[in-house]
Design a protein around this ligand. Structure first.
Ligand SMILES: Nc1ncnc2c1ncn2[C@@H]1O[C@H](COP(=O)(O)OP(=O)(O)OP(=O)(O)O)[C@@H](O)[C@H]1O
Length: 264
């Protein structure tokens, strides 16, 4: 279990997140949603241990996240950030291999390379292995970064569960790959991994999330353990848009349609 207990995060005199509590369980795909600047990335980075809470605590397997060493964490917790810039030229294969850095000393084993080849294949990117990463399109680069984080936590550690934290992982992907990547993330959670993703598309969240956490103005507005119970009223409050929840004729699941705030 990965758990935030009453966490707050302040920078100088500004509170970016206030008193947030969330529980992310193995086997579960949790989605964080909310308006721009609400605090989603801040919460994800707190869950990752990349930020230290100003108040409250983050627990991983019932122990403070801060009690784990960086190397220990890197073997079981991977983070896909929004913008990734490389300072020097690398091939796609080398970028994916970066995910294996916590697992080898001087040079990667055949096993490390095999895992990287497999994750690149999972993302349909094998044929890009030798390409200069800097020449990739935004969507291609996003798929390669997903292959990198999957390679990092491909194997379950002897104790505990793997944690995959994804910040807007489909922002550059076409519709088909948005579904493919989220399917992959959900399948990954089903191997008893903890998966948390920040998404902006409520319909994708509804299609893939086991739990949706809504964040607004630096606070958790609501947590929906069953996304099918989503109401238009709640969405209107969070996003300040006119919303309607209908049934998707293709899936028979809830589908959200929206219009400008003037329609409310
Ligand atoms: N280092 C910082 N100093 C001051 N303000 C910051 C800092 N980092 C983030 N913020 C502010 O904190 C707020 C929350 O940021 P965060 O990145 O968590 O939002 P978000 O919900 O992920 O937004 P988006 O949907 O736009 O990505 C924003 O208003 C942001 O400008």
């Amino acid at each position: 279990m990965l758990k935030a207990e009453n966490v707050s995060f302040r920078v100088q005199d500004k509170t970016l997140l206030h008193d947030a509590s969330v529980e992310c369980r193995p086997g579960e795909f949790t989605v964080l949603m909310g308006p721009n600047g609400a605090g989603k990335t801040t919460l994800l980075r707190l869950l990752a241990g990349l930020y230290q809470p100003s108040a409250g605590r983050v627990l991983y397997h019932d122990q403070p996240l801060s009690s784990f060493s960086a190397t220990e964490l890197a073997k079981s917790r991977a983070v896909l950030s929004q913008e990734i810039q490389l300072a020097f030229p690398l091939s796609v294969a080398d970028v994916v291999l970066m995910g294996r850095y916590p697992h080898f000393q001087r040079s990667p084993s055949a096993h490390d390379r095999a895992i990287c080849a497999q994750t690149l294949a999972e993302l349909g990117m094998s044929h890009f292995a030798d390409r200069d990463y800097s020449t990739l399109s935004g969507g291609e680069a996003q798929k390669v970064q997903m292959a990198r984080v999957l390679a990092q936590i491909w194997e379950t550690p002897p104790q505990g569960h793997r944690v995959l934290l994804l910040d807007e992982p489909v922002s550059s992907l076409d519709l088909r790959y948005q579904h493919q990547l989220l399917q992959l993330a959900r399948d990954f959670s089903r191997q008893q991994a903890i998966v948390v993703a920040v998404l902006h598309d409520i319909n994708l969240a509804l299609a893939y999330a086991d739990k949706i956490v809504f964040i607004k103005e630096g606070q958790i507005y609501d947590t929906l353990p069953n996304p099918d119970e989503l109401t238009a009223e709640m969405l209107e409050e969070v996003f300040d848009l006119a919303m309607c929840v209908i049934t998707n004729p293709l899936t028979q699941r809830p589908l959200v349609i929206h219009a400008s705030a003037d329609m409310r």
